[in-house]
Design a protein around this ligand. Sequence first.
Ligand SMILES: O=C(O)CCC(=O)C(=O)O
Ligand SMILES: [Fe+2]
Length: 293
Amino acid sequence: MLSPHAPPCPDFTIVPTSGGLGADIYGIDVTKPLSQVKFKNLKRALLDYQVLFIRDQSLEPDTFLKFGKRWGGIHFYPYMKGLEGYPEIFEVIKNPGEDRTFGNRWHSDQMYSEKPCKFTILYARELPRIGGDTLFTNLYAAYEALSPGMKKLAGRLRTYNNGDNTKRYGGKSRDNWYAEKGMGGKLHRPKARTDVVGIHPLIRTHPDTRRKALYIGDQTERFDGMSETESQPLYDFFMKHVSKDTFTCRLKWQPGTLAIWDNRCVSHYAISDYPKERRVMHRITIKDAVKPY
Ligand SMILES: O=C(O)CCC(=O)C(=O)O
Ligand SMILES: [Fe+2]
């Protein structure tokens, strides 16, 4: 459930997306410098609605990056290189015939990092004629819907999250998998992969709202201190639970839609339903200063 709604905002129009979370924002041009007050109201709206869809934007990498930096320092995606000249911007591309769709699973971004990124900002550059929507789910609502007994149990668990879990990549390392999927040229190949395992509380407290969220995703391999076999039944329960319709909303992208979500209380899923078309998105992630707690 949404927190009590923010008072009507004079700076832009907020249209809630569903009873779960999310809001469309109209009447804002992020290429223009936003006043401190306007930006504060936008941040407030993000805390209230968890994911915002700012419609009808016209962004090039420099204006996109400028807007992105207002939200904080950049969190670099560890596996892939950014755009030429704009290493902070990572391009999410799917070409006709490719079978891999980036983000086609319920997850919060870079959950395998010690300090996972706080916000993701995604901008639609090229869209398929039909399909290519993204689903979001409200992890506060998922936590709040648990029974008191399950809340207590969940409150004692920690998740072990691994960005290199070979089960998710057909038995291969993520590097090999990406290389095989025609993304080799863009692969970021440091001497050794670092920051790809993160252990986090299953129930985390949002530092700004103080609300509790059920923080689990596809990068979760098992619960800390338990085997995968032992973890599986509970893991399956939580994953099914967070993706219940009642907690979700669905984004139908339009050319120029800019989405911003708060990974501390939102999980998302990119739908893979446009096998013959191309989709290109520009993506910036914002780093967090604190570990989940
Ligand atoms: O392409 C999308 O709609 C979302 C992909 C994704 O998971 C992400 O950008 O973090
Ligand atoms: Fe994602």
